[in-house]
Design a protein around this ligand. Structure first.
Ligand code: DNO
Length: 344
């Protein structure tokens, strides 16, 4: 495996200098954040990003994310234009040595939580999803702001989008995803880039919008849409594993064996009940996920791809981007590395 760390660019309070001092870290996972969703990523900007990362002794082989424009998910408007741009971004990234692109196909919202600073008994804070609170949120008010949400939406814009999604049910979303894959995977193959769809987080419908990358049955269906190692997944233990309907160790073994895991996100969550959960420290005993079992499955299946410690808690008084502080993710990375090394 190659151990990597997410870095949000020069505005990230966690610096490249911090990251390179974490033992075993080979590179960062990053993106270009100032390009409007849907526009092609220019080669010069990618080169600048790559150079700044490499100057600090790290690699830039994984991009998270190249966002998919809503028109593509809706199968409407300027879909063809945005798909052509997406292809160009893949080509440009491939040309500069990027090996994996992570993306998602969640309508309107990316990952969703009810609270970002829930205090745990040890004084640390963490991200939680309590269904009863999410049920009270009104995404159409234009006032909600959570990480992973595109803050550029206006109230009118979001209302308009919700209207358009009234015509898109799960089957329609599958159809639009299939079309997208048929267009982009041949380009990714040619560019030497492996695509890695991120599961929906949480893996169930929110605010009445369809979500489809949620379960073993649906991941199987996704992989069947285009049979190529370039059409793979980001296996995010915390996203799939926040419901005990998904057996994350089993899924890791299965999809690693099929060579369809192109990227691993390793995080632990404590399932509170059927549709609520709290994110926890990375080690197995802290939450509901058998992180050791996940790593064992990867090792035994000969996984050589990219892994990153996913969200951490905020500890030792650190403040910063929710889920993406330095300390707890760094601790998590050492847990992962330690387990891995004992298996060699
Ligand atoms: C959350 C992340 C997601 C992920 C996207 C991929 O912390 O795992 O926001 O980056 O869903 O497109």
């Amino acid at each position: 495996m190659k151990l990597t760390f997410r870095w949000y660019g020069s505005d990230d309070p966690v610096t490249l200098e911090n990251i390179r001092q974490i033992p075993g870290m080979t590179g960062v996972v990053s993106a270009i954040y100032d390009i409007p969703v849907g526009e092609a990523w220019p080669i010069e900007k990618i080169r600048d990003l790559k150079e700044s990362v490499e100057k600090n002794g790290l690699e830039l082989e994984v991009i998270e994310s190249v966002p998919v424009h809503e028109d593509i998910k809706l199968g409407a408007g300027k879909r063809d234009y945005y798909i052509e741009n997406y292809k160009q971004s893949i080509r440009n990234l491939g040309e500069l040595g990027v090996k994996v692109i992570c993306y998602n196909f969640m309508p309107v919202f990316d990952w969703t939580r009810s609270h970002l600073e829930h205090q745990l008994p040890d004084g640390s804070t963490t991200l939680v999803y309590y269904k009863e609170h999410v049920d009270l949120m009104n995404p159409l008010s234009g006032e909600l702001s959570l990480p992973g949400w595109d803050s550029s939406y206006t109230k009118e814009g979001i209302n308009e989008l919700f209207k358009m999604y009234e015509k898109v049910d799960e089957e329609k979303l599958w159809e639009n995803l299939g079309h997208f894959l048929n267009e982009i995977i041949p380009v990714a193959e040619e560019a030497g880039v492996k695509m890695a769809i991120h599961p929906d987080d949480p893996p169930w419908s929110i605010f009445g919008l369809p979500r489809i990358i949620t379960s073993e049955t649906n991941v199987d269906r996704f992989l069947d849409l285009y049979d190529s190692e370039h059409n793979g997944i980001t296996l995010c233990t915390g996203s799939l594993g926040c419901t005990d309907k998904n057996d994350v160790v089993k899924l890791t073994r299965k999809y690693a064996g099929m060579k369809r895991i192109n990227f691993m996100h390793i995080r632990n969550v404590k399932i509170v009940n059927e549709d609520s959960f709290e994110e926890s420290a990375h080690h197995s005993e802290a939450g509901s996920i058998d992180v050791v079992g996940v790593l064992r499955a990867l090792y035994e299946e000969g996984f050589t791809g990219y892994v990153r410690p996913d969200h951490g808690r905020m500890i030792w008084g650190e403040t910063g981007k929710p889920g993406y502080g330095l300390y707890d993710r760094a601790l998590g990375s050492q847990y992962i590395l330690g387990i891995w090394d004992t298996m060699k």
